[in-house]
Design a protein around this ligand. Structure first.
Ligand SMILES: *Cc1c(COP(=O)(O)O)cnc(C)c1O
Length: 396
């Protein structure tokens, strides 16, 4: 990760197909397209790779989450359970449809803690949204059982975990709906883009219509299409989808490179008894985009992260202090600061995140360091980085 490291002639050819046709729009213009339908091609390939019946590609991962929620009928006042450790897109997508984000602790997997999920369920809960952060997953069997027991939807945010698996199934394909991001730094990239996958025909039909102003996509004349319900524009352009077509073909190669570099780093850091690795639920296989480990205390983790930087080891993250990924720094959510008025359901139901106790999340995230695994690092470079990191940790 990220996929832009391996851009080559394939991406250029796909983009040139589109530019030469002059059709940047994913629908219509049939006579001018020279047979190129990049968004549709990407959807077909993605559905196949993810062993899902349907895929719909949209303009971003955030859009994918919004479209997924809307397509399953989630709306104003519905509660969506999401983790304290994720990207701001999780609560943005929930708020965008007037629903209420209910933050819940993460455990040593760095994703939703099933026990905390069960405690957070109310009569208004509609969805459980695990976020497979940094390439690895929540305990999906446990979450599935909770969702079945309480008749809730399971929506997987697999934006950072494309290519990982759980009990043999691709991440994203296990819940009722799954979402991916193809933004500029993701494992595979379109520049900006995202996707929703599902086996549910109704959700899929809703998704493609909702993401295109409610157009029903029936018949050859866009101007004559009906609009069965209100929608928005979350369409991807053909240019972005074209890049995605080339990148998806490289996914398995990317995963193999990441695994090689991840394994070198893990084997080296594992020599220190100060290091414990993130728990991966039984039957889970990461996509190896990050290596996550815990140090014995908050202070040591913070110090090690600083020393890595000073010793030229970049691309390591200390999420506990990060503005985008951990609830402590989401002051706009905590203070309910919006440009206009928030829906009254959100105002009434949003917990006071100033007072909520997330000490269970803190005990994991404050001790965690997360190392990005780049594709461009040779085995020798990776081993050198790993040795430097081990030396820093050993001297703590
Ligand atoms: C990147 C990301 C998103 C949103 O994707 P964009 O394409 O940047 O909108 C959502 N969730 C997670 C966990 C992400 O990492």
């Amino acid at each position: 990760m990220p996929g832009f490291e391996i851009f080559s002639d394939e991406e250029k050819k796909e983009v040139n197909d589109v530019l030469n046709s002059t059709v940047l729009m994913r629908y219509g213009f049939d006579g001018m397209r020279n047979g190129h339908w990049k968004a549709k091609e990407l959807e077909k390939a993605l559905a196949k790779r993810m062993q899902s019946n349907y895929a719909h590609v949209v303009s971003s991962g955030t859009a994918a989450l919004t479209v997924a929620l809307a397509s399953a009928g989630v709306g104003a006042g519905d509660e969506v359970i999401m983790p304290t450790f994720t990207f701001v897109a999780s609560f943005e997508s929930i708020l965008a449809i007037g629903a209420v984000p209910i933050l819940v602790d993460v455990d040593d997997t760095l994703t939703l803690d099933p026990e905390a999920v069960e405690k957070a369920i109310t009569p208004k809960t509609k969805v459980v949204m695990p976020v497979h952060m940094c390439g690895s997953m929540a305990d999906l069997d446990k979450l599935k059982a909770i969702c079945a027991k309480h008749s809730l939807l399971l929506l997987e945010d697999a934006c950072q975990a494309i290519g990982g698996t759980y009990k043999g199934a691709p991440l994203g394909s296990i819940g009722d709906l799954g979402c991916f991001s193809f933004d500029y730094v993701k494992t595979i990239t379109c520049g900006e883009g995202g996707a929703v996958i599902t086996n549910n025909k109704t959700y899929y039909e809703n998704a493609h219509m909702y993401a295109d102003h409610g157009h029903d996509h029936i018949g050859m004349d866009r101007g004559a299409e009906a609009h069965p319900f209100l929608g928005y524009n979350f369409r991807i352009s053909e240019l972005n989808a074209a890049v995605g077509c080339a990148q998806l073909k490289k996914l398995d190669g990317i995963l193999a490179l990441q695994k090689r570099n991840f394994t070198i780093l893990k084997n080296t850091l594992g020599q220190s008894d100060k290091v414990n690795f993130r728990r991966v639920p039984e039957g889970g296989v990461e996509n190896y985009s990050f290596l996550n480990f815990y140090l014995p205390s908050h202070q040591l983790a913070k110090k090690a992260h600083k020393l890595f930087g000073e010793n030229g080891v970049d691309a390591c993250f200390y999420w506990f202090d990060n503005n985008w990924h951990y609830y402590r720094k989401w002051e706009h959510l905590i203070h309910k600061t919006a440009l206009g008025k928030l829906p009254h359901e959100v105002i009434d139901q949003l917990p006071d995140y100033n007072k909520t106790d997330f000490s269970s999340s803190d005990q994991w995230v404050s001790r965690n360091i997360s190392c990005l695994i780049k594709l461009g690092w040779s085995e020798t470079e990776m081993q050198e980085r790993a040795n430097k990191m081990l030396a820093v940790i050993s001297a703590l």
